[in-house]
Design a protein around this ligand. Sequence first.
Ligand code: ADP
Ligand code: MG
Length: 343
Amino acid sequence: MQDTTRTEIDSLGEFGLIEHLTKNNETRQAGTILSVGDDAAVIDQFGRQCVVTNDLLIEGIHFDLMYTPLKHLGYKSVVVNLSDIYAMMATPTQITLALGLSNKFSVEALEEFYEGVYAACERYNVDLIGGDTSSSKVGFIISVTAIGEVAPDKYVTRSGAKVNDLICVSGNLGAAYLGLQLLEREKRIFLENPKVQPDLQQQKYLVGRILKPEPRADIVEWLQEQGIVPTSMIDVSDGLSSELLHICNSSSVGCVLHEDKIPVHDDTRAMAMEFQMGVAACALSGGEDYELLFTINQDDYGKISRNKDITVIGYVTEQQEGAHLMTKGGAKHKLTAQGWKAF
Ligand code: ADP
Ligand code: MG
């Protein structure tokens, strides 16, 4: 008899679904060094190593064209992929770009999108080397594949964190999420009364963080210059708690994260107050900051502490101890990922 069981995608969630679909994925090629499960895959080609990653951006899910300038969208489509390459401590070299287009776009609109794509390519020294173009009935679809290079076996995975390592993050967190809340609020106001033009001049920082993120090439370069090899690394695309749990799961370790150490920009703090949101919650669950989250051996603390743009936010523990958040008040909470509700 035919098995008619139907499992809803929702019951697995994004990460459960990927795990389910790829658990029997076989590796046939000797050149496949690192497969599914990290920010990028690593392949060996005649002794040289390449990293490869792909991200899909869909209108209405990942971006809203009402408040996303096309030039920014082109730029962001490229840099979110470069961020995954940097998160392997690799250097991006090429991208391919595939587009699904609805006929509401004019050639001029697409030229604007490509201006952003080319600006990102120039800024990060990568070449656009191909792609694909199709019509789409469900809005604008953007798929970018990024390729990068890394010295043999010098890539950094999510799975190397060791007990007593320090957990570090670059820049500050939660700003992109609040920038998005701000844009969503202005959109609602505009839809209710189109005569009211949004004034976002005062909030350039937050809006810039969501519309035009920059991957942390500078941090990777600095770590390399200092000879610091992180034991694990991931980029913060989904929120700090989700990313830290990825490192913990991949590395089979636990962690203690100090809420009061999480770096937050003043504008983020002020806007969280305005929205009556906890600023830590914005950093923990917000996402899209594209900062780098990584662990280092304690011996590297001296060097790390000299970089004002890197903050130590916690430490790695034995797996049995679990993953925890220490709040400002001294309470210890289990770290949970809000997860993802796209389906
Ligand atoms: P990131 O947030 O860094 O882009 P994801 O969470 O999207 O990473 O993906 C996690 C891992 O799962 C990556 O190694 C990615 O290549 C892999 N992956 C995602 N979707 C699929 C899929 N449909 N089939 C195979 N592998 C996938
Ligand atoms: Mg990533």
